[in-house]
Design a protein around this ligand. Structure first.
Ligand code: C5P
Length: 234
């Protein structure tokens, strides 16, 4: 049986203090949090330890993209940090990805590496502007296959990409998807969306949810509701 889908809360706020204030009440009610570039560049890598010490598993969303040696060195610099998921850009190429996988085996043995294929901000015009003639979907497929072949453990993808990525890649890669919304809550910058239950049914390993929980009148209730809906809690 496929493993259940899990909820990751995206702590997209300016400061560690704000993030802690949002996360503390959720200790014991939520397993995963996502820390991104904004908090990492402000507070440094020790922020991973702090959220882990509270009892959370940490998804570190750094979207690394550089020459293989530099990405590998950055991963070495994270050695021993308790992060369980880490992102890189697939467009860094197979050599960068393979080196990252090799380095992470030693430096972060309990961390799974996720590749970002095409950012949700990139449409056909944006791709053409950087010399990519393929459609966004073709580009996602190409980069996704390449990343998994390079040894990467999973992909960040849009929920609408889940059905065909699952068909293409099989059941083992982690497919991690933002773009989660309820129909009544459309209207911010997420355009290509699904509900939590739909994403779970379509094969998401993890859903990443930010504002629907962070801005909810009762974030604890919203968290538990979503975890039940995706089958993470019975
Ligand atoms: O939209 P929400 O607040 O739920 O965002 C959760 C995550 O979705 C963010 O941390 C970001 O990584 C991602 N995101 C995205 N495309 C957008 C906006 C946010 O993929 N347009």
């Amino acid at each position: 049986m496929a493993s259940p889908c899990r909820l990751i809360l995206a702590l997209d706020v300016e400061t560690k203090e704000e993030a802690l204030a949002l996360a503390r009440p959720l200790v014991g009610k939520l397993v995963w949090v996502k820390l991104g570039l904004q908090l990492f560049t402000r507070h440094g890598p020790a922020i991973v330890d702090e959220f882990h010490a509270l009892g959370f598993k940490v998804f570190l969303d750094l979207k690394l993209h550089d020459i293989p040696n530099t990405v590998s060195s950055a991963i070495k610099s994270l050695k021993g940090r308790p992060c369980s998921l880490l992102t890189l850009h697939a467009s860094g190429g197979p050599e960068m990805l393979a080196r990252a996988v090799e380095t992470a085996k030693e430096a972060l043995p309990d961390c799974r590496l996720l590749a970002v294929t095409v950012l949700t901000s990139m449409d056909q015009n944006q791709l053409n502007a950087i010399g990519v003639e393929r459609s966004p979907e073709e580009q996602v497929r190409l980069l996704g296959r390449m990343a998994i072949q390079a040894g990467i453990h999973g992909l960040v993808c849009s929920p609408l990409e889940l059905p065909w990525l699952r068909r293409d890649l099989g059941s083992s890669p982690d497919l991690v998807t933002p773009g989660i919304r309820y129909p009544e809550a459309r209207g911010d910058d997420q355009n290509r969306v699904m509900t939590p239950a739909q994403a779970a049914q379509q094969g998401a390993s993890f859903i990443v949810v930010g504002r629907p929980i962070l801005k909810a009148s009762d974030p604890i209730a919203e968290t538990l509701k979503i975890r039940k809906e995706i089958g993470e809690l019975s």
